[in-house]
Ligand binder design. Structure first.
Ligand SMILES: Cc1cc2nc3c(=O)[nH]c(=O)nc-3n(C[C@H](O)[C@H](O)[C@H](O)COP(=O)(O)O)c2cc1C
Length: 194
């Protein structure tokens, strides 16, 4: 179900405030995934796009999070914007972006990152730094003088929230919290106790 334009505007407003307040990595969000059997893990990823379908990040489908997203295609994500005193939380289903969208974003990455996406078996054990650099050299020679194609195991995912909460820091811990939730295709907005 699509995000409302009100939520997108609210997010963009808070994001801009974070950026002008000097937040070092305003696109960074902590993404929590699960194996669907009770194991929950989290890590930071970068937000690369936002539209009415949701929040897009890119990763390796064979990584820990990639494998969990196959087992349980739902996630939660939290942006912490300390400099502007804001937090945004998302919860909802996750799906893969189209191959075309993944190709389009991959082609904008610098060549080093494109090579790295092939060289790194993300989240698998690695014998040594040298072994990784050896793999980088192999990939570089494989694609010498030609474009690096997108690896089949590297793509984008879109988190399409069913709930979005905006938290703003206020005096005496009497913070503002606004929760948007999706019910039968309609977004509802509620104020929550801090
Ligand atoms: C600031 C920051 C941004 C990151 N951005 C990404 C990202 O966009 N995609 C990604 O796969 N990993 C990113 N990482 C690395 C992940 O946090 C994580 O180490 C990696 O994806 C493997 O996680 P997993 O084993 O849980 O799948 C980032 C790490 C940091 C600290």
């Amino acid at each position: 179900m699509a995000l409302s334009s009100e939520i997108i505007q609210e997010f963009n407003r808070a994001f801009k405030k974070a950026r002008v307040s000097g937040e070092a990595e305003p696109t960074a969000m902590v993404l929590a995934t699960s194996d669907g059997k009770g194991l929950v893990t989290s890590r930071t990823v970068l937000l690369k796009a936002l539209d009415e379908d949701g929040f897009v990040f890119f990763t390796n489908t064979e990584s820990g999070k990639g494998r969990q997203l196959q087992q349980c295609p739902r996630a939660a994500a939290t942006f912490l914007w300390k400099a502007s005193g804001c937090q945004v939380q998302l919860v909802g289903p996750v799906s893969q972006v189209s191959d075309e969208a993944a190709d389009a974003y991959f082609s904008t990455r610098d060549r080093g990152s494109q090579v790295g996406a092939w060289a790194s078996d993300q989240s698998r054990p690695l014998a040594s730094r040298e072994a990784l650099m050896q793999r980088v050299a192999e990939v570089e020679s494989r694609y010498d003088g030609i474009e690096v194609p997108r690896p089949p195991h590297w793509t984008g995912f879109v988190l399409s929230p069913e709930s979005v909460e905006f938290w703003t820091q206020r005096e005496f811990r009497l913070h503002d919290r606004f929760l948007y939730t999706l019910h039968a295709g309609q977004w509802k907005k509620q104020r929550l106790n801090p």
